[in-house]
Write a protein that binds this ligand. Structure first.
Ligand code: 4AD
Ligand code: MG
Length: 464
């Protein structure tokens, strides 16, 4: 009869049954009557379970009175209805085994009840024991599960694209180099350049910035595919929205255009949001109370209404006429900065907005050129609090147009296989990338993306 705290809380076990739970102490308090109330959590749900320990237990004085935050215990006892407020059941302990004590409890790094998120990042190995990081971890897990189920149920194939690659899929030059070469003794060519041909991979290789180019190959055979995995960007941006290592979900659909892509993005986001509202009610109540008073309301509205669509050109007009003082002045042809994106989503639309048809010069080479020859069939989904959460496009399926858009001849040569896909049975296709950690921040109301991933990688930080 070993159960998780969540199972006991949701009534999986009848009252007066004998149960055993294993977990970590969140708090212990004593009553005057010689009883300890020990709150034990095991990660399975937001609330800890209360274990009532009478001083008649043989190890009460030797062990139980020393229990405090962080100690590991196994508690055996009877499940009873709780008389206290805030919990429906508790365990009347007949035995409590101390498995791991906390050394020097007053120095336990997360002993205090409330810490700043910034401080907790310096304790990345212990922060999963806190309320907030526990809640984020469960929400992240629910979302990952929803994402795989969403695609599986709709006939998509999960394609595992490579982490190590030779191509810069976004052409943005934010690559982490992968090399087995001995740094102290780099092989040189006749010209004195580093000879990457002697590397283990027989040429330069990098960590992937996106699985898109590879997944396109599978799309043009399997029709509906997606990748979901880690991606890497060596952008030196110290913001609350950027990580050097983040997870991305990238669906790709064949015989599809930009409107199909936008419709998929909207349906997909709504299903993700709904699953968190339904399956993680306990954690969402916490985020609503402690992190963002509006979060549940906001998400409920999103699920119930259609996304606003807008052309880039109209978005520029709106920004120009907004009367706002932006740090970066607005003009047609510029990339939207975070302040512009947030104005559009937060002030103008007050909800998710899909911006379409961006100028070709600010977007990646693979996006399909529109008939105006000035814009490409790109779309970004912007949401309040975050800005860009999804970036996608219809892909250029015409070889001549693709060739004209490669940034340089080397890229075209390198991507001979990607060109091949336009030579052999090419079809219109489209896809997008969702930043998984941005989705987590969006649904929880959390502000910093470093709290949405277990061990954040940002410039200068990989300590854990
Ligand atoms: O807009 P991006 O760069 O698009 C792509 O990589 C395309 N290949 C996707 C596709 O069409 N298959 O990135 C997609 C999303 C962004 O909208 C953002 O949510 C997230 O990935 N993202 C980041 N998240 C955290 N840290 C970073 N440094 C990110 N860069 C992008
Ligand atoms: Mg983008």
């Amino acid at each position: 009869n070993k159960f998780s705290v969540a199972e006991l809380m949701r009534g999986a076990v009848a009252l007066n049954e004998q149960v055993v739970i294993k977990g970590w102490v969140r708090t212990r308090r004593t009553s005057k009557a010689g009883i300890s109330f020990v709150a034990v959590h095991d990660g399975s749900c937001f609330d800890p379970i209360q274990v009532v320990v009478p001083d008649s237990l043989a190890n009460y004085e030797s062990d139980v009175v020393h229990l405090g935050a962080g100690c590991a215990v196994i508690a055996t006892g009877t499940l009873v209805a709780s008389e206290g407020q805030g919990q429906s059941v508790e365990i009347q302990a007949s035995e409590i085994e101390v498995v791991g004590l906390v050394e020097e409890p007053d120095k336990y790094p997360i002993a205090k009840k409330r810490h700043t998120f910034e401080y907790l990042r310096s304790q990345a190995h212990l922060r999963p024991r806190t309320n907030a990081i526990g809640a984020i971890t469960r929400v992240r897990n629910t979302l990952a599960n929803t994402i795989h189920n969403y695609f599986y149920q709709r006939g998509y194939h999960w394609v595992n694209t490579p982490i190590i690659t030779a191509s810069d899929a976004e052409g943005a030059g934010e690559l982490f180099r992968v090399s087995t070469l001995d740094l102290a003794n780099l092989p040189r060519t006749d010209k004195g350049e580093i000879d990457y041909a002697q590397d283990f991979f027989g040429g330069e290789s990098f960590l992937t910035v996106s699985g898109q180019l590879n997944v396109e190959a599978y799309c043009l055979a399997m029709s509906k595919v997606y990748t979901f995995g880690p991606t890497f960007r060596a952008e030196n941006s110290n913001t609350s929205r950027h990580l050097a290592e983040f997870w991305m979900v990238e669906p790709e659909i064949a015989f599809a255009d930009l409107d199909d892509d936008a419709a998929l993005a909207e349906d997909f986001l709504k299903v993700c949001i709904r699953s968190v509202l339904e399956e993680r009610e306990d954690d969402m109540a916490f985020f609503q109370q402690r992190v963002d008073k509006e979060v549940i309301n906001r998400l409920s509205n999103v699920v119930d209404s259609g996304f606003v669509h807008m052309d880039y050109t109209d978005a520029i007009d709106i920004l120009l006429k907004s009367g706002q003082q932006f740090e970066f002045p607005v003009q047609w042809g510029m990339d939207l900065a975070s302040e512009h994106e947030r104005f559009l989503a937060e002030q103008h639309v007050k909800g998710p907005v899909v911006i379409k048809n961006y100028p070709k010069d600010i977007k990646a080479f693979y996006m399909r050129l529109n008939d105006d020859e000035k814009t490409v069939a790109a779309m970004d989904v912007l949401v309040p609090g975050i800005g860009e959460i999804i970036g996608g496009s219809q892909r250029e399926e015409r070889l001549a147009q693709l060739d004209a858009r490669f940034p340089d001849p080397e890229t075209a040569e390198h991507l001979w296989w990607y060109r091949d896909l336009r030579r052999y049975g090419t079809v219109p296709h489209a896809g997008f990338g969702l930043g998984f950690e941005r989705l987590i921040n969006y649904v929880t109301g959390m502000e910093n993306i470093r709290d949405a991933i277990p061990f954040p990688r940002t410039p200068g930080s990989a300590a854990f």
